[in-house]
Design a protein around this ligand. Sequence first.
Ligand code: TRP
Ligand code: SF4
Length: 403
Amino acid sequence: MSPTPNQRVLSGMRPTGRLHLGHYHGVLKNWIDLQNQYECFFFVADWHALTTAYDETSIIADSVWDMVIDWLAAGVNPGQATMFIQSRVPEHAELHLLLSMHTPLGWLERVPSYKDQQEKLKEKDLATYGFLGYPLLQSADILIYRAGKVPVGEDQVAHVELTREVARRFNHLYGREAGFEEKAKAAAKKMGKKSARLYFDLRKQFQEKGDTEALEKARALLTAQQNISLGDQERLSGYLEGGGKVILPEPEALLTPQSKMPGLDGQKMSKSYGNMIGLRENPESVTKKLRTMPTDPARVKLTDPGDPAKCPVWQLHEVYSNEEVKKWASEGCRTAAMGCLDCKQPLIDAVIKEQAPLHERAGEYESDPDLVRNIIDEGCEKARDVARDTMEEVRQSMGLIYK
Ligand code: TRP
Ligand code: SF4
């Protein structure tokens, strides 16, 4: 298989603590599927972690290798996917800087996570330059590999959108071929003053703000022209959408469905809720956590019937159990025919069974840290080769080559 760049997948994860089963069900299983279909680049987003953890950097250092082992344990295959660490490819920082020159502040202030996270992490001062700019750093992460596909959750779709706008603007500013603009402008004149002015206005709205309605209107304007040649029409349509050379292709978001993995209290599994089962948690601890997990509060005594809809354990059945087990659990609950511990047993078995191959794979890497380091060394080198090539072209197109 020789993958075209547009078939390249890129995704990153922040190293801010051990991964849990929510990450496994929500992100990693998806990565494993993707690595079988596409050329994949997965990276440890340590600089991204810094944007919120700048005052406790030890968390980052402590999490990096554990996270890589978690990935490997989950089945990310270094023979198929390229795994690396962001800060080991410093070209990301260079592209981030160059992109920052033509990224309007408003685009960053408008990204929903900017305000949301500041609200959520009130105890931190996130009115920083780095935090405002982190979606642009993410754009650089994506564009430097010319990745066509970016698997993200709902909360990150806006970042891929921003990346598209930034790429479009870059290509518009630096991707034009000699003489192209003059020809396009001459063609516009032939439409007459009024139409030409409208065309340039709409083009600007589209290129600077990504206004697709303006794009549609401009296209309609072009098709309606009767006194310009087909060649001029094509020129104008190319110029409308950027024209010239595409140096940084626009990526597409691959929306990862929200994981239904509940935490031990029925809320979403998350470190901040303290309701998680670790991805590599040992079977004894898993058993204990599940056995003490809260159930429908109405079931005080064994003889009190319950309602699965009011029980966090039921949500785990939704993830792990087949119809037969679910029917057994739900009937047993409603009729008080069995106790909650009986109801939990198939789940304990299922989680332990799911984790067994993860423990097995992790064991190999835990006992041989050099193996993990080698995988990352190799990945960093491969990533860096691609990143260097892109930067070479980026500098060239911006005229930043002084030799
Ligand atoms: N911002 C992402 C997060 O916080 C991680 C990330 C950084 C990322 N760069 C990326 C994800 C590029 C996808 C593509 O989860
Ligand atoms: Fe929850 Fe099962 Fe107990 Fe019913 S029997 S309350 S579903 S744990």
